[in-house]
Design a protein around this ligand. Structure first.
Ligand code: C2G
Length: 739
C-alpha cells in the first residue's frame, strides 16, 4: 500500500497542470499514487500525460471539483489522502515532511502559502526574500492565545479538535478560505464516516467536507514547513480560478453551504462556533461594504434579506464577541434596517479614509478628485498630456502636442511633468499626483498618455482617451505574457479594465496592430499612421537639429557617435518600479580601442534608478540618461547598440547600423519575457555576447552593414512602413475629430 493517494481534479488550463505534475515528479518523497480525476468538461490531457507515467488517469462523467474529488476518494488506495489542485504545486520536501509526521493520526496538516507565480519564480522570490517569510512564531503565539481563551470559556472542549479547527478554519478570515488543501487525511478515517464533498456546490464544497471531518478527528499533527503552494491566476480574464470567477449564484451558494454544513455537523461545539464566526465576518468585513458601494442593487435587496436568517441562526457568543461597530452592523441587519447598515459603514469607511488622509496628506488630491473635480463640467478645449509617468517631455505625446500647439492654438494644453521641464508653446505644467493634476484628469476632454493613467483615474462620459503606447513590441506584453514577475500580480486584470478606456491606440506598423490586439485584448480604434515620435527622423531640417544638439551637448565635431541604449530587466529591482542596472558593456575597453574615432552616448531606460558612474571617461562617454527625448538622440547617433529595447524599431528609420548586445539572451527570452520575433533571424544586425565582439563589430562596421543589408531592408519595410514624418498630424486630427 502506498503511503499517500494524491487526488487531483482536473478540468481546464493544461499549462498549470504540467507544473503541478512536475512538482510531484521531483518530490523527494515518492511513496504515493497520483489520481488525476478528469472532469467530464475538460481540456485534452493527452499531449502531456505521456510525460508523467506515474499518473493514474480517471476519466469521469461527473462535473465539478467536489464530484471529482469524491471519485478520487472512492479510488484512493493509499494510507492517507492528499488533495492537490491542478493549478497548484507542492515543494520538494512537502510530501516527505507530512509523511514522516503521519503516524496513524486522523489528519496531518502543513501550511498553505499563496502566490501569483510559478514554482521557479516563487522559489526565487523566497530566496531573494522578496516574499516575506510568514512570521510563524508570532502567528503561533496569536493562535495559542486564541486557543487558550476559547478553552477558558469552554473548558470541556476537545483539545485535539480545538487545535485543528484553529489551524484549519481560522487561518484566515472569510469562508472562502476554508480549504481542504495542504492536509493528509487518513483513508480509513474518511471511509469510516463516509465523508464526502457536497456536489451541489461549486465554490464552497470544501466547507461541507472539512467541517464534519474536524468534528470527528481524534488525533492530529501539524508540520509547519510542509508547504502547499496555492496559486492565484494572474489572468483572471482568460483563466479564472474558481475563487476568481464572477458568478451570480455565488452569494446564495455561500449561504446554502453554511446552512447545509450546519445541518451536517452534529454537535454545537467549536466547529459550529467557527462556521458562524466566519459568516458573521463575511457580513461585517465584505458584505457591509458592498451594501454601501456596489452598483448591483441585489446587495441592498435580496442578498440583504437572505443574510438575515443566516445570521439569526448564529450562536449567540459569536455575536457577543463582536466589537462595537460590528455589533451595530449586525444589529441593524437583524432589525432589517438597511439604512442603519449603510450609515454605520459610511461612518467606519469615512473614519478610515480620514485617517489615511491625515497619515498621508499626499493623497488628499484623490479625495478632491472623487468628491469635487469629477462633478465639475468637462472642458471641451483642454488636453492633458503625460509621458512615462510625467518623468519627461518626450515620446509621441510630445510630437502630437507640438503639432496641436502650432496648428490648433485654440486648445488649452496641460502637461503632467515632475521635474519642471520647460515646455515650448506655453503649455501649463502640473505635477503628477497633485491637486491640479487630479483636476485636469477630471475635466480635460482629451487625454494623451504613453503609458497608463493612474489606477484611480475614472474615465468620464465625454472624455476622449488617446493611448500612444511607447514602442513596437519585441518583448511579450500583458496577456501574451504567461508570468508577470515585475508588475503587480493584478496587472492583467487592471490592464483589462483600463484598456477599455482607450478610444484610440497608436500603432507604428501592421505587426504592432496585430500584436496589440492580442496582447492588450484591444478591439477599439487603431491609428495606423506610424509613431508621432519618429516624425523628427523624417523632418527636412533634421541635420540642423542634429548639429545644434551636438553643440548643446558638447560632443566633439570630429568624432562619430555610438549610442548604447539597453532596456531594463524584470528581475533586477530594489522595490516596485525601481530597477537596478549593471552595465555589462566594458566602456574602458571601448575607450581603449575606439576613442580615436568615436564617443559613446550612454542612455539607460527611464525605469533605471541607478546613476551609472562614468568618472574617468569624460570626453569619451556622454551620459544622456536624463535627456528628455531619445528621438533627438537618434539623430546624433551614427551607430546604435541596444538589446531587447523597442529602440531599434525606431532607430531603423534612419537606416544606420544597429548592433545587439544580448549577453543575457537566453535568460531574457526563456525566463523573463519571451519575444514576438526571432532575434536570431529577424533583427537588422548581429547578436553579440561580449564587449570584445561589440568592439570588433564597430571596427568592422562597414562589413557588417553590407552583411546585414538584405535583412535590414526586409526589417525596414516590415516595421518602418507607416512612418513618413506625418504621424503627429494624422493622430492629432483623429483625436480632435478634424479629419
Ligand atoms: N527608451 C529610452 N532609453 C532606453 C530604452 C528605452 O529612452 N535606454 C525609450 C524608448 O523610446 C523606447 C521606450 O523607452 O522605445 C520603451 O522602452 P523599451 O526598452 O522598449 O521597454 P519598455 O518600457 O518595457 O517598453 O511595446 C513596447 C514595450 O512596451 C516596451
Amino acid at each position: 500500500m502506498k503511503k499517500i493517494s494524491i487526488i487531483i481534479p482536473f478540468s481546464h488550463y493544461i499549462h498549470y497542470l504540467e507544473e503541478c505534475l512536475d512538482s510531484l515528479k521531483v518530490s523527494a518523497f515518492q511513496d504515493f499514487e497520483t489520481l488525476l480525476v478528469v472532469d467530464k468538461e475538460h481540456d485534452n490531457v493527452d499531449p502531456i500525460i505521456k510525460k508523467y507515467p506515474f499518473v493514474r488517469l480517471i476519466q469521469t462523467d461527473v462535473h465539478g471539483v467536489a464530484a471529482c474529488r469524491n471519485v478520487g476518494l472512492a479510488h484512493a488506495q493509499g494510507e492517507y489522502v492528499y488533495f492537490l489542485d491542478a493549478d497548484d504545486y507542492v515543494l520538494e520536501n512537502t510530501l516527505g515532511l507530512l509523511a514522516e509526521a503521519a503516524k496513524g493520526q486522523d489528519i496531518v496538516y502543513g501550511r498553505v502559502a499563496h502566490t501569483w507565480n510559478n514554482k521557479a519564480n516563487y522559489l526565487e522570490k523566497i530566496e531573494n526574500k522578496e516574499i516575506d517569510p510568514e512570521d510563524e512564531e508570532e502567528k503561533e503565539q496569536m493562535r495559542q492565545q486564541k486557543i487558550d481563551s476559547y478553552k477558558e470559556k469552554n473548558p470541556n472542549v476537545d483539545p485535539v479538535q480545538l487545535r485543528a479547527v484553529y489551524y484549519l478554519l481560522r487561518v484566515k478570515h472569510g469562508i472562502r478560505n476554508v480549504t481542504v488543501l495542504g492536509v493528509l487525511y487518513k483513508t480509513v478515517f474518511l471511509r469510516m464516516y463516509s465523508f464526502k464533498f457536497h456536489e451541489e456546490f461549486r465554490y464552497y464544497s470544501d466547507m461541507t467536507f472539512l467541517c464534519p471531518v474536524l468534528e470527528h478527528i481524534r488525533s492530529e499533527a501539524y508540520v509547519e514547513d510542509a508547504v502547499y503552494v496555492k496559486r492565484k491566476h494572474n489572468d483572471p480574464i482568460n483563466y479564472p480560478a474558481l475563487s476568481q470567477e464572477e458568478n451570480d449564484d455565488r452569494f446564495y451558494e455561500r449561504i446554502r453551504a453554511v446552512e447545509y454544513t450546519r445541518n451536517t455537523i452534529t454537535s454545537d461545539g467549536i466547529v459550529r462556533y467557527y462556521l458562524d464566526f466566519k459568516i458573521v465576518h463575511f457580513f461585517t468585513r465584505k458584505m457591509a461594504k458592498r451594501i454601501r458601494r456596489s452598483q448591483d442593487e441585489r446587495w441592498r435587496n435580496e442578498y440583504f434579506q437572505a443574510m438575515i436568517p443566516c445570521i439569526e441562526n448564529c450562536r449567540p457568543e459569536v455575536l457577543d464577541e463582536l466589537n462595537h461597530s460590528n455589533r451595530k452592523l449586525v444589529q441593524a441587519l437583524l432589525n432589517n434596517d438597511l439604512n442603519g447598515v449603510q450609515k454605520e459603514v459610511r461612518w467606519v469607511l469615512g473614519k478610515k479614509k480620514l485617517k489615511r488622509v491625515f497619515k498621508n496628506k499626499n493623497t488628499a488630491y484623490k479625495l478632491a478628485y472623487f468628491h469635487r473635480y469629477l462633478k465639475k463640467p468637462i472642458k471641451d478645449n483642454v488636453i492633458l498630456f503625460e509621458t512615462f509617468m510625467a518623468k519627461n517631455y518626450s515620446d509621441s505625446p510630445k510630437y502630437i502636442y507640438e503639432y496641436i500647439a502650432q496648428h490648433y492654438p485654440e486648445y488649452e494644453c496641460v502637461w503632467a511633468i515632475n521635474d519642471g521641464a520647460k515646455i515650448p508653446y506655453g503649455a501649463k505644467c502640473v505635477k503628477r499626483f497633485s491637486f491640479e493634476y487630479a483636476y485636469y484628469l477630471a475635466v480635460a476632454k482629451y487625454l494623451v498618455f504613453n503609458v497608463r493613467p493612474p489606477l484611480w483615474y475614472r474615465k468620464r462620459e465625454g472624455q476622449v482617451f488617446l493611448e500612444t503606447w511607447h514602442g513596437t513590441p519585441l518583448k511579450r506584453l500583458v496577456f501574451d505574457q504567461q508570468e508577470v514577475t515585475s508588475a503587480s500580480p493584478k496587472y492583467k486584470q487592471q490592464f483589462y479594465k483600463q484598456r477599455q478606456d482607450w478610444d484610440f491606440l497608436v500603432s507604428a506598423n501592421p505587426f504592432s496592430t496585430k500584436t496589440f490586439r492580442s496582447c492588450f485584448m484591444y478591439e477599439g480604434k487603431m491609428l495606423e499612421y506610424g509613431y508621432p515620435r519618429n516624425d523628427i527622423l523624417y523632418w527636412p531640417n533634421k541635420d540642423e537639429i542634429a548639429k545644434d544638439l551636438r553643440k548643446k551637448l558638447g560632443i566633439p565635431t570630429d568624432k562619430k557617435t555610438i549610442l548604447y541604449a539597453p532596456t531594463w530587466r524584470d528581475d533586477q529591482h530594489y522595490g516596485s518600479g525601481q530597477y537596478k542596472f549593471e552595465l555589462a558593456l566594458d566602456l574602458h575597453l571601448m575607450q581603449e580601442r575606439l576613442s580615436d574615432e568615436y564617443v559613446v552616448l550612454l542612455r539607460t531606460h527611464h525605469y533605471i534608478s541607478d546613476k551609472i558612474d562614468v568618472t574617468g571617461m569624460e570626453g569619451f562617454v556622454y551620459n544622456l540618461s536624463d535627456y528628455d527625448d531619445i528621438s533627438e538622440i537618434y539623430l546624433i547617433s551614427d551607430i546604435c547598440i541596444t538589446d531587447y529595447s523597442s529602440v531599434f524599431f525606431d532607430y531603423a528609420n534612419l537606416k544606420r547600423p544597429i548592433l545587439f548586445y544580448t549577453y543575457d539572451l537566453d535568460k531574457y527570452k526563456n525566463q523573463l519575457r519571451g519575444f514576438y520575433i526571432d532575434m536570431n533571424t529577424e533583427v537588422p544586425g548581429p547578436l553579440l555576447y561580449t564587449s570584445e565582439e561589440v568592439v570588433d563589430a564597430i571596427e568592422n562596421i562597414d562589413k557588417i552593414t553590407e552583411e546585414y543589408k538584405e535583412r535590414y531592408d526586409t526589417f525596414y519595410s516590415r516595421f518602418c512602413c507607416y512612418d513618413d514624418g506625418h504621424a503627429s498630424e494624422h493622430v492629432a486630427k483623429a483625436l480632435l475629430g478634424k479629419e
